[in-house]
Ligand binder design. Structure first.
Ligand SMILES: O=C(CO)[C@H](O)[C@H](O)COP(=O)(O)O
Ligand SMILES: [Co+2]
Length: 228
């Protein structure tokens, strides 16, 4: 559930800089910090696993110098085991890679955790939760893509909700500890549905950067249904 015993929201918000102006990255980081958001989501795309290119470890290292907020690196790259060490070195707090892009996913999780970085596994909309079931007892994060990865500003795919409930149930039954992170098409409407289904963290790119009042937007996502 998304509130604690005191009725305070436990939902965390992770704005994605994918929708920021890359020529003014320091001001984007400042906007995120001032908004009361919890993590900064960094989308790394290689032009192979997804049909788009963004940035690499230098950008992550430069952002590391600007903030103490957790840096949540989302690797949309083929064979992430090659580049995981670069993102460890650049100061990432979390590194999430795609199940579809990595043959030896269990080894990659160990590689990340050995550096005391939180390890995440992600699935695209056409991949079922069953594909990552063997990893659920060892990952720190499960990132469910609710759009096809590669671009911001796409429409939420509703079948994601069922995956979120399935992951929340599996975690409760097994006593596992992963955060359920949802990425793609998150706005106040879909956020409310995702919170009810059991999401822990909502990534928001275009909606966050378009919001006239980012702090109000973050509060509204954290407290679905409440007037803020
Ligand atoms: O991983 C991503 C795209 O592959 C982005 O994190 C995601 O799409 C966020 O953008 P938006 O909130 O605009 O959908
Ligand atoms: Co992402």
């Amino acid at each position: 559930m998304y509130s604690n015993d005191m009725g305070v929201s436990t939902l965390r918000i992770a704005p994605s800089i994918l929708s920021a102006d890359f020529t003014a990255i320091a001001s984007a980081i400042d906007r995120i910090e001032q908004s009361g958001a919890d993590w900064i989501h960094l989308d790394v795309m290689d032009g192979h696993f997804v049909p788009n290119l963004t940035f690499g470890p230098k950008m992550v290292a430069d952002i590391r110098k600007l903030t103490t907020l957790p840096l949540d690196v989302h690797l949309m790259v083929q064979n992430p085991d090659i580049s995981i060490p670069w993102y460890i070195e650049s100061g990432a707090d979390h590194i999430t890679f795609h199940s579809e892009a990595c043959v030896h996913a269990h080894r990659a999780v160990q590689q990340i955790q050995a550096a005391r970085v939180r390890a995440g596994i992600s699935i695209v909309p056409s991949t079922p939760v069953a594909a990552i079931e063997p990893l659920l007892d060892c990952v720190d994060i499960v990132l469910v893509m609710s759009v096809n990865p590669g671009f911001g500003g796409q429409q939420f795919i509703p079948s994601t909700l069922q995956k979120v409930s399935q992951l929340a149930r599996a975690r409760d039954n097994a006593g596992a500890r992963y955060d359920i992170v949802i990425d793609g098409g998150v706005n106040q409407g879909t956020g409310q549905q995702l919170a009810a289904a059991g999401a822990d963290v909502l990534v928001s790119g275009s909606a966050f950067f378009q919001a006239p009042e980012p702090a109000r937007f973050v509060q509204a996502l954290k407290n679905p249904g409440a007037a803020v």
